[in-house]
Design a protein around this ligand. Structure first.
Ligand code: HEM
Length: 131
């Protein structure tokens, strides 16, 4: 089975616990990387719910259970971000946090690379300005 088939990606990530570990490392990176200062400041002070939302979303996005809609209802990624000023710099800062977080996971290198390539798609769809 290739990544992207069925729930292969979700299984490779380590199911819900693996996805939550990724998201924790992602927000930890966002809190420390200077490049991520602008996007950190877009978030609430307390990141507890942000962590829960992103982790639940990614479980479904990776082919696992639809945990986001179960708790928070339907979501469309571009619409969820339209109140935020996201240009290429903000998109790239978000992806940098994901790259740093993925590097810390006990995953095969080809899965880390696959994940980063796939995440570019919703990150680019969240962009709503060109500078
Ligand atoms: C491109 C750069 C991105 C930036 C700067 C960004 C920033 C944010 C911010 C500030 C919030 C609000 C957080 C909160 O109120 O707790 C948010 C919500 C969210 N983001 Fe992003 N995000 C980006 C990309 C993405 C991507 C690529 C995904 C999914 C793969 C994603 C998934 C989510 C989800 C699921 C929510 C919760 C939406 C809701 O409250 O209904 N984001 N994002």
């Amino acid at each position: 089975m290739a990544y992207g088939d069925g729930d292969t990606s979700y299984q490779t990530a380590g199911e819900q616990a693996g996805v939550r570990a990724l998201v924790d490392a992602f927000y930890d990176a966002m809190e420390t990387l200077p490049e991520a200062r602008t996007i950190r400041d877009m978030h609430p002070q307390d990141l507890t719910e942000s962590r829960d939302k992103l982790a639940r979303f990614l479980c479904g996005w990776l082919g696992g259970p639809k945990l986001f809609s179960e708790k928070y209802g339907p979501i469309r990624i571009p619409v969820a971000h339209r109140h935020l000023a996201i240009g290429p710099a903000e998109r790239d800062a978000w992806l940098l946090c994901m790259q740093v977080a993925a590097e810390q996971q006990p995953w095969p290198d080809d899965f880390k690379q696959y994940l980063l390539e796939q995440l570019y798609v919703p990150a680019e769809r969240s962009r709503n300005r060109s500078d």
